[in-house]
Design a protein. Structure first.
Length: 382
């Protein structure tokens, strides 16, 4: 039996858990906290609970909110400069993947120096990072539990994938109450991002029994609870289950990595500044079509997790049912269906293909994939 590794933070999950931010930082020895977030999160009523908990723990704090969708290298570097100027010694990320990825990037530069592009790739971080507490406010990115940070290189117009066990936060706080402020559209697209995480980590060539448990649970939870979560902001059971699905999918992909959906999405998002969840939602069924011959038994298991009847079917036929299920789910919840709706053209396919095959996530895709394959998939999704 081969040796498997599985990394994860301490998890605090449940309604009202956001009020434990200050106490969590204090347990890690923090004396002055640097809070990374975005303007949308700051406008939410529950953000007051974050800063209130720091005050209750008698912890001074500094807020950095200059974070945009698809965060840029200069945002990370500006945040790191402010962190050092304010003499902070711990980092809290509050928000979706963008805020949390920037918080991780600030942690890297605060103790390792240089520019964030210096750390693109795997295990480039040398020195220990400050204590990190990450608070997820979307059931989507999984960044609060992962060893990933995705930042745009503004010069090359590409997303950099930074992977290191140093990026696994010390504590991740997941409070499903924060999901009630999300729109149906954002709930739908981030939910399909969770599904993409679950599926890609499940079929990854680096998958293990430890990651499969998390991935399969996440896939089943999305199948049962994404629709009702989109339908009602106040369906607290659905919100809690989708929050758990996001955590489990995050744990799975943090350890098994991802595949062609995310490699292509990173290439598209870096060049065109498009929402990550929306691009993943469009690409997922096309990449599933491409990959299913590489691991038909896992696609058969996916069909079962979706609740599909596959009695007497071959793995190939059952795998097709899994793909059809994802297409139907995406349509039902109103996710975008075509890349052309987002402004992409056939001329963009070649540029995207070259960048995508060089992405670290492509290494663990279950089927070998070329630039020509990526171009064909992009054209199919237009």
């Amino acid at each position: 039996m081969k040796v498997n590794k599985f990394v994860m933070p301490e998890l605090i999950f449940g309604s009202g858990s956001i009020s434990q931010v200050g106490e969590s930082c204090a347990r890690l020895g923090a004396r002055k906290v640097f809070i990374v977030t975005d303007p949308g999160v700051m406008a939410a009523d529950w953000f007051e609970k974050v800063i209130g908990s720091c005050s209750e723990a008698k912890l001074p704090y500094v807020i950095f909110s200059e974070v945009t969708t698809n965060p840029k290298d200069y945002e990370v570097e500006k945040g790191a400069q402010k962190y050092l100027e304010e003499e902070c010694d711990a980092i809290v990320g509050v928000g979706g993947g963008s805020a949390i990825d920037v918080a991780k990037g600030v942690a890297v530069l605060a103790t390792n120096g240089g520019e964030i592009r210096d750390y693109e790739g795997v295990d480039k971080i040398t020195f220990p990072l400050p204590p990190q507490v990450m608070v997820a406010t979307t059931a989507g990115s999984g960044s609060e539990v992962s060893q990933f940070s995705i930042i745009i290189d503004s010069e090359k117009k590409k997303k950099m994938t930074i992977i290191s066990k140093s990026l696994v936060p010390d504590i991740a706080i997941i409070d499903p109450e924060t999901l009630t402020t999300k729109s149906p559209h954002l709930t739908a697209t981030t939910g399909l991002d969770v599904l993409a995480h679950g599926i890609e980590s499940f079929v990854s060539i680096a998958a293990t029994p430890l990651t499969d448990v998390q991935a399969k649970s996440a896939i089943a939870l999305v199948a049962e609870y994404l629709r009702p979560s989109v339908a009602s902001r106040m369906n607290k059971e659905a919100k809690a289950k989708m929050a758990m699905a996001s955590v489990q999918a995050g744990l799975a992909f943090s350890n098994a990595i991802l595949g062609a959906v995310h490699a292509m999405s990173h290439a598209i998002g870096g060049r065109f500044q498009l929402p990550h969840g929306e691009v993943n939602a469009i690409l997922l069924p096309y990449v599933m079509e491409f990959n299913y011959i590489a691991t038909p038994k896992k696609f058969m298991q996916m069909a079962e997790l979706f609740g599909e009847s596959i009695d007497g079917m071959s793995p190939g036929r059952a795998g097709r049912k899994a793909i059809d299920y994802v297409k139907e789910l995406s349509l039902e919840i109103g996710a975008p269906q075509r890349l052309s709706e987002m402004g992409l053209t056939e001329e963009d396919a070649a540029i995207i293909g070259q960048v995508a095959v060089e992405d670290a996530c492509m290494i663990t895709n279950p089927r070998d994939i070329t630039v020509a394959d990526v171009e064909r998939l992009i054209k199919l999704a237009l």
